[in-house]
Design a protein around this ligand. Sequence first.
Ligand code: GLC
Length: 545
Amino acid sequence: MRSDWWRRAVVYQVYIRSFADGDGDGIGDIAGIRARLPYLRELGVDAIWITPWYPSPMADGGYDVADYCAIDPRFGTLADAEALVREAHELGLRVLIDLVPNHTSDQHPWFRAALADGPESPARARYHFLDGRGPNGDEPPNNWPSVFGGPGWIRVREPDGSPGQWFLHVFAPEQPDLNWDNPEVRAEFEAILAFWLDRGVDGFRIDVAHAMVKEDGLPDLTPEQFEGVPLSREDHPHWDRPGVHEIHRSWRRVADRYDGGRVLIGEVGVEDPARLAQYLRPDELHAAFNFPFMATPWSAVALRGIINDTLDAHREVGATPTWVLSNHDATRHVTRLGRPYTGFRRRELDDVLATDLALGTRRARAAILLMLALPGCAYLYQGEELGLPEVEDLPVGLLEDPIWRRSGHTIRGRDGCRVPMPWGGDVPPFDFGPPGSTPWLPQPAAWRALTAEAEAADPGSMLSLYRAALRLRREHPAFRTEAFRWLPSPEGTLVFERGGGLRCAVNLSNRTIVPAPGRAPLVSSIGPDGDELPPDAAGWFETVA
Ligand code: GLC
């Protein structure tokens, strides 16, 4: 297998709890993934990224890790994980796993020791423990909030029972932030990388890769920072600090010790493509998710702008651009694209918005043809190939996302994009698990029409569209180069050409267009024979005989 596979790969995100349940406990697991590897192979992806599978109390869906070198028994065993990697490789699929370095679980042995050993202990020095402010130390050490709502600090009781120090948690209280100034923390994570690379994994998706480093003295946020006004890199005391790059360089050195193209893919939450590209210098991460693209509304002007910015910024550092429409933290894009506001906003999930799912589905079909035609790497989120919508009416008693709790039950959170996959059959659990099992979140009855089984049999389905586009992407010479140029096109449309005479046209206007007169598309979102593209449609046309 090629060692620069990641430059053009299509990576499929497996949200393990919701992918496939092999043992019938209602929770997806490694056995389930292994059973579905042939499906992924047939879909035509190059790699899978598996969300955290480590022992975890699941306070944040596994992003609270209690042991980085083991598998949660709900998901299987280390031997199962090794077998999965082996079987995936046999099918030509790479395997990426999720590394969560900013914080551990509060059940991690390090944090338990930090609580037990008390102030000034070496165990506390692995986290951010500080005395509180105010006369009795009963106010948090600074004003940093938690991303999930409420303050970012919790006061502990000391071993003698007295009210004690505070610890920092930028995410949930069950996710204490590690202190990356501590050499022991750095050494531990290098060892964790090696542990998994030794077991054959092809790389890591790195959780909040712009976090980790905090400004000396943990100064208060300014009012602007508190409001989340876009910030320059130097400004913010805990996001995108200059020092974070040295951590990525050290991990790159570890990955480069291994052959076969082991990669580091960052979840880097910075908005400016030029700043994002800093993480992609040749000695840092191989790639990062393009969240600015994901957040862009369905508008030709906006999409053209972000595509240009992305290509320019990545070219400057020789990095591969990436494209993504959905993940386990975002409203599913079939739903998003059917709303009045089509961009992504982290906090919109509880908005009562009119959603036109038929429109969203049409646009999602066009959007995937746009995304898969762009040069670089594409990331798919499980279920988007079936056109699954966000589930917006989950009973509140079942919501598990810490955002729901931390927002005082005002924001439903991200569970609606995490509902277990429908694989086949007419009634829940739709083969997610064995008959009679109960998935951890209920699947809508209407998903009977959206199962992989139903869609595989329908040439007009979303699944058939994904398979056709992915096959062309693998086989057509246009995709073997980075060549890309815009062609003149009517207002509200995007038309570009890749090398080898492949033209991608996306119609975001309200008039029909004819992007390649006299030529039927190789693949199109509407499946026509003719050369016309109606509004909210896209197609790939061959323009050279
Ligand atoms: C990332 C993950 C998200 C998690 C957070 C904290 O953003 O994608 O699911 O809640 O990090 O680990």
